[in-house]
Design a protein around this ligand. Sequence first.
Ligand code: KIV
Length: 271
Amino acid sequence: MSVHSKARKVTTNTLQEMKRAGEKITMLTAYDFSLAKLVDRGGVDVILVGDSASNVMAGMDTTVPMTLDHMIYHAQCVERAVDRALIVVDMPFGSYQGNSRIALESAIRIMKESNGHAVKLEGGSEIVESIERILTAGIPVMGHLGLTPQSIYKFGTYTVRAKEDEEAEKLIDDAKLLEDAGCFAIVLEKIPAHLAKKVSEAITIPTIGIGAGLDCDGQVLVLHDMLGITTDFSPRFLRRYLDLETQISGAVEQYCSDVRSGDFPNTDESY
Ligand code: KIV
């Protein structure tokens, strides 16, 4: 029998059971009520209220400007819509780095004010103290290694990470550290597939890949990218399942034309 069930609520334990059973974990982002409802109905296991909201919802160039208030607002909208998926909320830049007490306060705010189920933090050894302190409050933590977009100004680019041995070794050490600290899963972003495989085999908690190959225990994509709403972003790891940009623009054009020509509304659409 499958661990994955469309009816059962997903918990952090479900994800660990899925890894043990060799069942792939599905994760997508969502930031608002209406799309979160559809994503949950579609049967995704984890909904990430990602700080990628900064790019796809707010039109900013990086995730750096996101605040705790922004993240809590998006998480509240998503939480109202979701019945089944586990909801993980990104902790924004500046809410956890360098001070574990601030990290704990930020995570508690997210949990109390949004009703999300877990938080995600970017980084390894540099932030492990914050992770440990958040875990002491009983808040589940998802890690995030490889390309960590909140550090864009340190990396300078969004290209593939950990291609060199030294960075790859640090990434493996960091993954083990996050597992030992008590994280329930780790996102691996934009790293070579062979390294993601090695990490996934080296730890017992699930890895969720984005641009990290097939051997991760699960996959995540940004919803607006996979639905083809955002089309100016085309990394090779991205599979587009719809072309909503064309469909939505077409629908809007048709609506404008119908209004301008007097075709809409017709008598059936009037009182
Ligand atoms: O914010 C986000 O959407 C993310 C995913 C890319 C994993 O962190």
